[in-house]
Design a protein around this ligand. Structure first.
Ligand code: ZN
Ligand code: ZN
Length: 446
């Protein structure tokens, strides 16, 4: 036992030490990365402004993926397009060694941009329902793609310094929680080298430029969309005794659902049950046949997820029964397929990556973040059997002076998905490329 412990300790210490040796604050490798990022930045800014001005909705990333495929081909990567829709897989084999996957997402949102920037989007597109909608990169996926290309460039130029296989993937439809699944279903882990590790980053609206942040273990939640249909017996609003009113049952169900989090859930294991939509009826004096509810349900562990979903069904069924709804008209619950699994950052991968990033951008610029109940389908890449250790870190986008102004005026900086979200491209891209390059090299340095 003590011997095993010693060996484990040696492994833990020895692994990052190799990197420390090559990537110290004043090492040639670090200087080379700095210099490459400085010389690449003007062309990366151009790429960013192009992507920002030409956003595409989820599942429509045709031009975006063509541009990314082009960039990667010109860098000498082995590029496959059309993986899981508009997904792009670019592979660089560079000798014996581990395989590291880096992922960027490509889709934008139906938001009318209001930043007033010279490269602001004026693009509109037709959504799934056939509506003409404005489109904006309001979640910073344009930054992600630019950092992705920048990292690919640096790692190509540094290929003498590392051994292994790089699998760079540009994913469609993250905002719909569908792109990761589509790429995996299309053979991402079988047609291409299976990764030993997977890395990604996401912009942060409230973190200053030059910094990155990280969360160990659960960082984002399981996201379920649930459709709950409460059925009854309709009739005239003046004769409620001849009906089973689904609106009253729905109202009681909504109130009773609040007890899942407040009374059934362990207070230190977070969960969210939000009824975001309720639709029933057409007129003042008609009791309708049904009420339709749409819920978002957020949890971390699989067990909690299953328990919370079961509670929703149990409560809906029993409230309806208590109201005398006949057995053949009890509520129906549909859990949609577009489920996004929780994002679990592998603690060992976080530790070693954070150390390498700290050497590259300065330890003070690496800060611990907070987990959220938001969703991010990057988590799915870690859940295939056998599991792949994954790590997504946060990238600061707002200059410290701008953050200070917001704070002084008691305002919050515009959130992600806001029409006014405005990352500062230069320092954001530079820090992103340096951080991601350090994290990748840390796993590929021989
Ligand atoms: Zn988003
Ligand atoms: Zn996003």
């Amino acid at each position: 036992m003590p011997r095993l412990f010693t060996i484990a300790l040696l492994l833990v210490v020895a692994f990052p030490a190799m990197v420390l040796a090559q990537l110290t604050a004043d090492s040639p490798l670090r200087t080379q990365i700095e210099a490459t990022v400085v010389s690449d930045l003007p062309s990366l800014r151009e790429l960013y402004e192009h992507l920002h001005a030409n956003p595409e909705l989820s599942f429509q990333e045709k031009e975006t993926s063509a541009r990314i495929a082009n960039e990667m081909e010109s860098l000498g990567y082995d590029v496959t397009t059309g993986v899981g829709g508009h997904g792009v897989v670019a592979v660089l084999r560079n000798g014996e060694g581990p395989s590291v996957m880096v992922r960027a997402d490509m889709d934008a949102l139906p938001v009318q941009e209001e930043t007033g920037l010279p490269y602001a989007s004026a693009v509109t597109a037709t959504d799934d329902q056939g509506n003409e909608v404005p489109v904006m990169h309001a979640c910073g996926h344009d930054i992600h793609m630019t950092v992705f290309v920048g990292t690919a460039k640096v790692l190509t130029e540094l290929r003498e310094s590392w051994r292994g296989t790089l699998v760079m993937i540009a994913q469609p439809a993250e905002e719909r929680g569908a792109g990761a699944k589509a790429m995996l279903d299309d053979g991402l882990y079988t047609r291409f080298p299976r990764p030993d590790y997977a890395l990604a980053l996401h912009v942060k609206n409230d973190l200053e430029t030059g910094k990155i942040n990280y969360v160990k273990e659960y960082a984002c939640a399981n996201v379920d969309m649930v459709d709950l249909t409460i059925r009854g017996i309709g009739g005239h609003g003046a004769y409620p005794h001849q009906t089973k009113d689904p609106i009253v049952v729905a109202a009681e169900v909504i109130v009773a659902l609040q007890t899942i989090v407040s009374r059934e859930q362990d207070p230190i294991d977070p969960a969210v049950v939000t009824v975001g939509s309720i639709h029933a009826g057409a007129k003042h004096n008609i009791i309708p046949e049904e009420a339709r509810l749409q819920l978002t349900v957020r949890t971390y562990s699989d067990e909690t997820r299953e328990r919370v979903l079961a509670s929703i069904e149990r409560i809906a069924t029993n409230v309806a029964q208590a109201a005398g709804v006949p057995d053949d008209l009890l509520p129906t619950m549909d859990i949609r397929d577009e489920y996004t699994p929780a994002l679990y950052n592998d603690p060992a991968l976080v530790d070693t990556s954070v150390r390498a990033i700290g050497i590259m951008i300065g330890e003070d610029n690496v800060v611990e973040g907070k987990p959220t109940m938001g969703g991010e389908d990057f988590g799915r890449y870690g859940r295939e059997e056998p599991p792949v250790p994954i790590f997504m870190f946060g990238l600061g986008t707002i200059p410290s002076e701008r953050l200070a102004d917001y704070e002084a005026s008691g305002q919050l900086p515009p959130s992600l998905h806001s029409s006014r979200f405005q990352p500062e491209p230069g320092p954001t891209i530079a820090t992103g490329v340096k951080a991601m390059t350090a994290a990748v090299l840390n796993l590929l340095v021989p």
